[in-house]
Design a protein around this ligand. Structure first.
Ligand code: HEM
Length: 160
């Protein structure tokens, strides 16, 4: 999306993943404001609304910072590739504050939708493999045959 790669240990990435994880834990399906949205007016804190808002604001600040850095790089002539979403979007909506705010929401949507879902699917898959040794052996055999033990899996392995 931004032609950026981060290491998992990166402090900002850790903070972003931490915020999403905490958000999912605290604002899940049983959170009162998800069952009855009007509760936000009765008790913003107890209903969970304040937590949703605080997490949204904290994540927005981080994405704002990322966009500012992206703009600064672009101004210095070192912007990302033309193919990345943010570079193309900013070029098409130059100076349009509403469109830029919309971009922050698009980035947040994709980050939230794509991070905790993938992490928890992988955690469940690993848990089932701990319980089902035969399945674990079959997965290991397939990994050894298709990827090998000395490189990471990539999209090119998907078709095999
Ligand atoms: C194993 C990983 C994932 C799981 C289990 C998962 C699950 C889901 C489910 C169940 C929905 C439908 C929600 C509904 O309509 O009520 C959904 C929608 C969506 N997901 Fe994922 N997802 C995963 C990965 C991702 C990734 C990596 C991205 C993006 C980077 C993503 C972006 C979206 C978006 C944008 C929607 C909304 C689509 C729409 O407009 O209807 N998801 N996902």
């Amino acid at each position: 999306m931004m032609d950026l790669q981060y290491r998992l240990q990166d402090a900002r990435m850790q903070r972003m993943f931490g915020l999403v994880r905490e958000f999912v834990q605290r604002c899940g399906p049983l959170c009162p404001v998800n069952l009855a949205p009007w509760l936000r007016f009765v008790s913003p804190r107890w209903s969970g609304f304040a937590a949703v808002r605080d997490h949204r604001d904290a994540l927005m600040t981080l994405f704002d910072e990322l966009l500012d850095e992206h703009r600064a790089k672009a101004a210095g002539g070192g912007e990302g590739s033309d193919a990345d979403l943010v570079t193309r979007y900013l070029a098409e909506h130059k100076g349009d504050r509403a469109a830029e705010l919309n971009l922050v929401f698009i980035l947040m949507d994709l980050f939230i939708a794509g991070s905790e879902t993938t992490a928890s699917s992988l955690s469940w898959a690993l848990l089932f493999m701990v319980r089902e040794a035969e399945v674990q052996r079959r997965v290991q055999r397939e990994l050894d045959a298709v990827v090998g033990r000395h490189r990471l899996p990539s999209l090119e392995h998907q078709a095999r």
